[in-house]
Design a protein around this ligand. Structure first.
Ligand SMILES: Nc1nc2c(ncn2[C@@H]2O[C@H](COP(=O)(O)OP(=O)(O)OP(=O)(O)O)[C@@H](O)[C@H]2O)c(=O)[nH]1
Ligand SMILES: [Zn+2]
Length: 212
């Protein structure tokens, strides 16, 4: 069906993203066909030995790199919430981030630091990096990625506050375009208690300290 913006309606998936069966051979085959044409268009010979399986490899890689669309971050968090009277800051820092900028579909990568102050419930620690993956394994901008992680934790766990800091290098800024090799982009998002300077400073100090 075509809507008034001439955009095909998506089969309702999680949060409005199209539901895709990433292991469907027909889908992999279709995508491979597109990448075969891309190889031709950039002047390559897709029939030479080294490239014979490349369209299929790219198709599978792209489907993997965007698998976050299939995951439900709220479900991940609610699957491991435990009643606990711990009321200090919980920080999971140095979480690897691998995402792709939505402008060039080139990688941006770095680290996320996520904190929350429980309000009666804690969440299984591994679920925090899983939430980071849900939102990073898709086409993104770093600012939205940061906000989406914050909002998901705030809305699902209902803690006293959430803090998220992300530091990334963007390949679209280093291997092309402005070609700045060492620039790092930092974004942050806070709710509740983290909007207060004292709490935010404690969080920022803790994520910059190193355990030897
Ligand atoms: N705010 C933001 N911008 C991003 C992110 N990733 C890439 N970009 C920027 O998106 C912008 C797209 O700008 P355009 O001028 O339309 O694209 P372009 O001509 O390829 O720009 P250049 O990269 O400057 O060559 C660029 O400035 C990128 O640096 C991101 O996560 N957040
Ligand atoms: Zn980019």
């Amino acid at each position: 069906m075509i809507n008034d913006k001439n955009i095909p309606d998506r089969d309702a998936g999680i949060n409005g993203y199209q539901k895709v069966d990433r292991y469907n051979p027909e889908l992999i085959n279709n995508l491979s066909g597109h990448y075969y044409e891309v190889l031709k268009e950039i002047g390559e010979n897709p029939e030479r030995e080294g490239l014979l399986k490349t369209p299929e490899r790219i198709a599978k890689a792209m489907l993997y790199l965007t698998h976050g669309y299939d995951l439900d971050a709220k479900e991940i968090l609610t699957s491991a919430m435990f009643k606990e009277e711990y009321s200090q800051m919980v920080i999971v820092k140095d979480i690897e981030v691998y995402s792709m900028c939505e402008h060039h579909m080139l990688p941006f990568f770095g680290k996320a630091h996520v904190a929350y102050i429980p309000n009666g419930y804690v969440v299984g620690l591994s679920k925090i990096p899983r939430v980071v993956d849900v939102f990073s394994r898709r086409l993104q901008v770093q600012e939205r990625l940061t906000n989406e992680i914050r909002d998901c934790i705030q809305q699902t766990l209902n803690p006293i506050g959430v803090g998220v800091v992300i530091e990334c290098r963007h390949l679209c800024m280093s291997m092309r375009g402005v070609q700045k090799q060492n620039s790092v982009t930092t974004t942050s998002a806070f709710t509740g208690e983290f909007l207060k300077e004292k709490t935010r400073t404690e969080f920022l100090n803790l994520i910059s300290s190193r355990i030897s």
